[in-house]
Design a protein around this ligand. Structure first.
Ligand SMILES: *Cc1c(COP(=O)(O)O)cnc(C)c1O
Length: 418
């Protein structure tokens, strides 16, 4: 296998551009400016924001404050913590850290990505209307259709890559535009800045599920969105050892209400899980760079492979929204899908891989391979799946950070079984 760099197509130059973060920080130092936390590079922030040495012991790592309650010095006098549903020091450290990484003021950590999405939707009320994507994460679609509709929420699903379709769906009672970009598993990209502009002209809030990109590769608040949502289960944790969710925003009034809802409904992330995500985000930048590099190499290998009919990956110039991706993302990420042509072909590949693991989920260091039509998107009606491009022959890969030569060799021997 030729060297990765020599093999690289234009997409990889995005990664070089991302180094300007580092260059900027070095420049500031040499300019005689005092470096301050929060004004430094992404990785410095990831490692240091809200991670002061523990005042009691000097422990360099934020402790897992595995406690439900806090002793008060006297009536009405406490150290800022009263009860761990309301706030917990380990969770607070994570919340502030994630807020910073997303370029937001306020962060909230939830028990899962779904709990985070549910909490955001409870900012609204019965009779309110939401415009959203026609190809949402399955759990989000289920929450909207089978839970929130019972509370008279209304949803319209459109192709959010088409601004005119978003606009047409907006009604008198529309309050929220809920975006997911890139989509799963076809990797369609919505122009967050343009969609946010449009939504704001109609007085809507804009929420973006940023799970597939992570704040290292895409920052929706900087593009104009109001609310960013994550399943921290995926890239933020990055090690497939915890389920969690997060919400970040800049608007103090919305944040106040979400803080109230987080405490009132109570689906908070526990201290141990908060600690695992805090640990995960310290390596987010290096992991994401490797996910991009491996994703690009695997996508290029697949795109050239005679048994592969089509590859969906934002880093390939053949992606229909390649230019838009380069504009709003700092790299193409580690998610891709490939068309094998039939269910039988997909089955052969999925059953033949030895290094890639056949599993749902994504964003961990290990490569996962799955079959959207029968796994993540089984609940979507077959005609709708066809319309979305989620064919029976489609295989999704969450490209991990193993040695990419080994991943390619594994996929090569699996594709040979077709
Ligand atoms: C996994 C995922 C969710 C749901 O998160 P959980 O942590 O599993 O509850 C939401 N959105 C996207 C895009 C996801 O990939």
């Amino acid at each position: 296998m030729p060297s990765l760099r020599a093999d690289a197509q234009p997409g990889l130059t995005w990664l070089d551009e991302s180094d300007s973060f580092r260059a900027e920080a070095i420049f500031r130092q040499h300019n005689g400016q005092v470096a301050r936390k929060g004004t430094m590079g992404f990785s410095t922030d990831a490692i240091h924001i809200s991670q002061e040495a523990d005042p009691a012991t000097g422990a360099i790592i934020v402790p897992i404050y595995q406690t439900s309650t806090y002793v008060q010095e006297e009536l009405g006098k406490h150290k800022g913590y009263e009860y761990s549903r309301t706030s917990n020091p380990t969770r607070a450290a994570l919340e502030q850290n994630l807020a910073r990484l997303e370029g937001g003021q306020f962060g909230f950590a939830f028990a899962s990505g779904m709990a985070a999405i549910n909490a955001v939707l409870t900012l609204f009320k019965s009779g309110d209307h939401v415009v959203t994507g026609r190809n949402l994460y399955g759990g989000t679609f289920r929450l909207f259709e089978r839970v929130l509709k019972n509370f008279r929420f209304e949803f319209t699903y459109v192709d959010t890559t088409r601004l005119a379709d978003i606009e047409k769906a907006i009604r008198e009672n529309t309050r929220l535009l809920f975006l997911e970009t890139p989509t799963n598993p076809i990797m369609e990209i919505t122009d967050v800045a343009a969609a946010s502009d449009l939504a704001h002209r109609h007085g809507l809030l804009v929420a973006v599920d940023n799970t597939f990109m992570s704040p290292y590769l895409q920052r929706p608040l900087e593009l104009g969105a109001d609310i960013v949502i994550h399943s921290t289960t995926k890239y933020l944790n990055g090690h497939s050892d915890g389920v969690g969710g997060a919400v970040v925003m800049n608007d103090a009034a919305v944040a106040d209400r979400l803080k109230f809802l987080q405490n009132a409904a109570g689906a908070v992330l526990g201290p141990m899980d908060s600690w695992l995500v805090l640990r995960g985000v310290k390596t987010l930048a290096v992991r994401m760079r490797q996910h991009c590099e491996n994703g690009m190499a695997v996508a290029q290998f697949l795109a050239r492979h005679p048994k592969v009919k089509l590859v969906h990956y934002p880093g390939l110039a053949s992606h229909p929204q390649y230019e838009l991706g380069k504009k709003q993302m700092r790299g193409p990420g580690g998610m891709l899908s490939l068309e094998t042509g039939s269910l039988e072909n997909a089955r052969r590949v999925l059953n033949s891989v030895r290094l890639c693991s056949l599993a749902e989920s994504l964003g961990g260091v290990e490569t996962l391979i799955s079959h959207p039509a029968t796994m993540t998107h089984a609940s979507v009606p077959p005609e709708e799946r066809q319309r979305l491009g989620i064919t029976d022959g489609l295989v999704r890969i969450s490209v991990g950070i193993e040695d990419v030569e080994d991943l390619i060799a594994d996929l090569d021997q699996a594709l040979a079984k077709i």
